[in-house]
Design a protein around this ligand. Structure first.
Ligand code: UDP
Length: 456
């Protein structure tokens, strides 16, 4: 067999941490690899097995049992702490087959997976589902460049604008809030020097300075944004969604409702799949939307519904639609949507940037405050609401920010910037674009690795 043919058969195993915000980007990356001729298997406890041909490549989803504890949110999740046994078994199961794995792409928050990859002689690439900036902040902390408690009011880090404490990830700005998660995010650097490559779901231009700084230290490569191809380059036929939605989106209802609304008249509001608002915050938001000038489409997950003011849905029926889940990409891409009131989850941020939607940033926890800082001050694509008394953002503040983004002078500038970033995002994944080139380089590296190991 020709070396070239063998190279094309490189089989990559992709191992995401099994929650929505991590699976989506890694599954999308897997599709990109398949579209460039690789065979890719995504291992997850969530999806049923499936397989699809993409271009000359193949994408398979393999169901693994381990990890279900994580979904059930049990404290002692085996998978998060150590899924080595499950991963080893999976790799070994394929050992004797015609297409053993030659590379593992693992979620950066599962560092034990890299140890397994190295023990079993695989090419090991970690994958970060957060911004490069957030990775860099955690890196500084893990190396002791940032120590708790933070004493300075302004934090200066290489490649960053000045940061206030409230711009840092919440696990650092409020270290007592989730000490276990802080430990996990710092632990991702424990063996990272062994990784052959570190893939980050962002694009070079978006985080220019911090990317350059990271490149001086670690073999990082920006491969995003990982939206379905239809929304960016349209190079992968049929890649028009994340494929499997873990919740039930009210797609027809949302589309019909948006179709009936004027262009750029709707505020789309969502806090993602995890964040829970306090009851008083929910009430302020509800009244902010009710009293505001705009139509609104608000995703209130089932578990949050009891926090809505009574009769809210009935009383706002003329201007508002409340759904438990929506097809977010379709909504953001709809011409009726004029702004996105967002919790600034990294996927939502990249989606809004890629679709040119101005934002009102209302970060809740984890990496969201840092994303909000970039949205407002670095990319200029939105405004961040200010916290009021008792840590609650007041309705007037929300109304003012929405009005400014939708109708004000700053809104004009924000829309211009949003359009600019949309073009950059599309460019990055198009032929010859930075992320596309990086993905091709990754494929080449894996293929060379496969070929050289097949010759051993
Ligand atoms: N999402 C969706 N429908 C909704 C709300 C969210 O499809 O009604 C998707 C959204 O497009 C994004 C993901 O859920 O891909 C949320 O990820 P993000 O990182 O923004 O936030 P998280 O849920 O992890 O806090």
């Amino acid at each position: 067999m020709e070396k070239k043919d063998r190279a094309h058969m490189a089989h990559v195993l992709v191992l995401p941490f099994p929650v929505q915000g991590h699976i989506y980007p890694m599954l999308q990356f897997a599709k990109r690899l398949a579209s460039k001729g690789l065979k890719v298997t995504v291992a997850t406890p969530i999806y049923a097995p499936m397989s699809m041909h993409i271009g000359s490549g193949l994408l398979k989803v393999e169901h693994i049992l381990a990890g279900q504890d994580v979904l059930a949110k049990k404290e002692n999740s085996d998978f998060l702490a150590n899924g080595s046994g499950t991963l080893t078994k999976l790799v070994e199961k394929h050992e004797g087959s015609s297409d053993p794995f030659c590379c593992l792409v693992y979620d950066i928050i599962l560092p034990w997976a890299l140890d397994v990859a190295k023990q079993l002689g695989l090419y090991g690439a970690s994958f970060s589902t957060q911004s490069c900036a957030v990775d860099a902040i955690y890196y500084h902390m893990s190396k002791g460049h940032l120590t708790l408690p933070l004493e300075a009011t302004t934090i200066s880090l290489p490649g960053f604008p000045d940061l206030r404490i409230s711009d840092l990830p919440s696990f650092i700005s409020e270290p007592k809030s989730h000490p276990r998660i802080l430990e996990i995010v710092l632990n991702q650097f424990s063996n990272l020097e062994k990784a052959d490559l570190i893939l980050v779901n962002t694009l070079d231009k978006l985080e220019d300075e911090v990317v350059r700084w990271m490149e001086g230290l670690l073999p990082v490569m920006m491969i995003g944004p990982t939206l379905p191809s239809l929304y960016l380059d349209n190079l992968i036929e049929g890649d028009n969604s994340y494929n499997i939605d873990l919740s039930n989106p009210n797609s027809d209802l949302c589309k019909k409702w948006l179709d009936e609304r004027p262009t750029a008249s709707v505020v789309y509001v969502s806090f993602g799949s995890v964040a829970n608002l306090e009851a008083d915050q929910m009430e302020e938001l509800a009244y902010g939307l009710k009293e505001g000038n705009n139509n609104f489409l608000w995703v209130v997950r089932e578990s949050e519904h009891n926090k809505l003011p009574s009769k809210f849905v009935e009383e706002t029926i003329e201007k508002g639609l409340v759904v438990t889940w929506c097809p977010q990409l379709e909504v953001l891409a709809h011409k009726a949507v004029g702004c996105f009131l967002t919790h600034c989850g990294w996927n939502s941020t990249l989606e809004a940037l890629s679709l040119g939607v101005p934002m009102v940033a209302m970060p809740q926890w984890t990496d969201q405050p840092t994303n909000a800082k970039y949205i407002e001050d670095v990319w200029g694509v939105g405004l961040r609401v200010k916290m009021g008394e008792k840590g609650v953002v007041r309705r007037k503040e929300m109304k003012d920010c929405i009005r400014e983004v939708m109708e004000g002078e700053r809104g004009k500038e924000i829309r211009m910037n949003a359009n600019k970033w949309r073009e950059f995002a599309k460019e990055a994944l198009a032929e010859g674009g930075s992320s596309n080139n990086n993905i091709e380089e990754f494929v080449a590296k894996v293929s060379v690795f496969k070929a050289s190991h097949s010759l051993l």
